[in-house]
Write a protein that binds this ligand. Structure first.
Ligand SMILES: C[S@@+](CC[C@H](N)C(=O)[O-])C[C@H]1O[C@@H](n2cnc3c(N)ncnc32)[C@H](O)[C@@H]1O
Length: 398
């Protein structure tokens, strides 16, 4: 049983150790730093699960950036013992039901106080459920992007974005499992139309922090202001190998790319992004198309469909289905195994379709020829003269 009174640091370490074992630690904050590193403010320590292993995640909060280090429980306890009292004069341990404060006076006198938790903390069941998400809610990038607040609690207005980030990483992780790429070789990732960078930061953090892949991640964004903002945010975090450039997917110079992402890139920007991914030989192509304007005016549907297509909304849905089916089939014809499925809806759009393509290790020429015939037949049926992705592929094959 844990003690009702704590007199010494040893009592405190014993309480910490027991609480880690029974999963009742919420966080430990070390502050009042008096060490040599003038940029270090405090260390925030939390239990997390990394690849099914329970670890303590230390976030070293410097003035301009955050550095994360993870330790197994035993090493973490050793590390904490070297920090409290020596360089950190204050520590605050939050347990599910209690809080412990440690203070060293200027003269080095130790004071330990123990009291009931001020607010009800996350119950163990929720705590575990949160840990089972693909993204750890306590990651600093989520606070920097204002998905979570300074206490690393989800900002209610961002709950859809939080779900989307998790689903995106879950889908990516499954694609990586089946892709020909091994998890250790550093990946080159490009995210076209990166916007405010939520997914770009998330994939970078997942690769670098969760699966220890020294990935290089580039967000390409048409608007200079957004690229600058994301670079400024990246500079405040421990996010090596992450950069945002102002550029247009239509003209972005090709470079080695293993993963191509384009979520909600407008209209034919999606075709340019897929074309880039295919040319670069990317192992994984993930896109979520947005607005389907190119095909719609070209399409001529059979007389039989007219009663259905008199309702304008159906014209749009038909154009969307045909455009994305042709994209998926063109990916198949170019050596990818492709899925089209519902992803997750967003606060600002109901577009939630994802085209996910993973490069096959072997291609079957006969199957590819069959798919090319299917594409030609669909185009002929609807009298489609020009599908942007197909034209781009034909041009680059010349
Ligand atoms: C709807 S936002 C999506 C942002 C992000 N991908 C997401 O899903 O959260 C689309 C972004 O693509 C950018 N964009 C549009 N056309 C582009 C192009 N041709 N090249 C690069 N970025 C483009 C826009 O400026 C915008 O920031």
């Amino acid at each position: 049983m844990s003690p009702a009174v704590l007199n010494t640091l040893e009592d405190f370490y014993s309480l910490l150790s027991t609480s880690l074992k029974n999963q009742s630690v919420v966080k430990l904050l070390l502050s009042k730093y008096r060490g040599e590193d003038k940029s270090l403010n405090r260390i925030s320590i939390r239990p997390i699960t990394l690849q099914n292993e329970a670890v303590l995640s230390f976030v070293f909060e410097h003035q301009t950036n955050h550095i994360t280090k993870n330790y197994d429980y035993l090493s973490a306890l050793d590390e904490i013992k070297t920090l409290i009292g020596d360089t950190f004069k204050s520590a605050y341990l939050t347990l599910l039901d209690r809080e412990v404060q440690i203070e060293f006076s200027k003269k080095g006198k130790l004071q330990i106080s123990l009291h009931k938790a001020k607010q009800s903390q996350v119950a163990p069941a929720n705590h575990n459920r949160e840990k089972n998400r693909f993204v750890d809610i306590q990651r600093p990038f989520l606070t920097a992007l204002k998905v979570t607040d300074k206490q690393q609690k989800l900002i209610p207005a961002m709950s859809n974005k939080w779900k989307q980030i998790n689903k995106f990483i879950e889908v990516f992780n499954q694609a990586l499992e089946v892709s020909p790429h091994d998890k250790k070789t550093p990946l080159n990732v490009v995210d076209f139309g990166s916007g405010k960078g939520y997914l770009t930061f998330a994939i970078h953090d997942y690769l670098r922090h969760t699966i220890n892949n020294d990935a290089q991640v580039t967000g390409v964004e048409l608007r200079q202001g957004l690229a600058d903002l994301c670079n400024e945010t990246a500079a405040t975090l421990d996010h090596q190998g992450l950069e945002f450039v102002c550029g247009d997917v239509k003209t972005h110079a090709p470079k080695q790319t293993d993963v191509m992402i384009a979520l909600h890139a407008c209209d034919i920007a999606t075709d340019y992004a897929i074309h880039y991914g295919i040319r670069a030989g990317a192992s994984i192509i993930m896109c979520s198309p947005c607005c389907h304007k190119q095909i719609r005016p070209q399409m001529q549907s059979p007389e039989l469909f007219q009663p259905m297509l008199q309702y304008g909304v159906h014209l749009g849905q038909q154009a969307e289905m045909v455009t994305d089916s042709l994209r998926a089939l063109l990916l198949e014809a170019n050596g990818y195994s492709t899925k089209v499925f519902e992803f997750i809806s967003l606060e600002h759009t109901n577009k939630n379709k994802m085209i996910l393509a993973v490069k096959k290790s072997k291609v079957n020429a006969q199957e590819q020829a069959k798919v090319l015939t299917q594409i030609a037949n669909i185009k002929a049926y609807y009298n489609i003269q020009d599908h942007c992705l197909e034209s781009l592929l034909n041009e680059s094959a010349l």
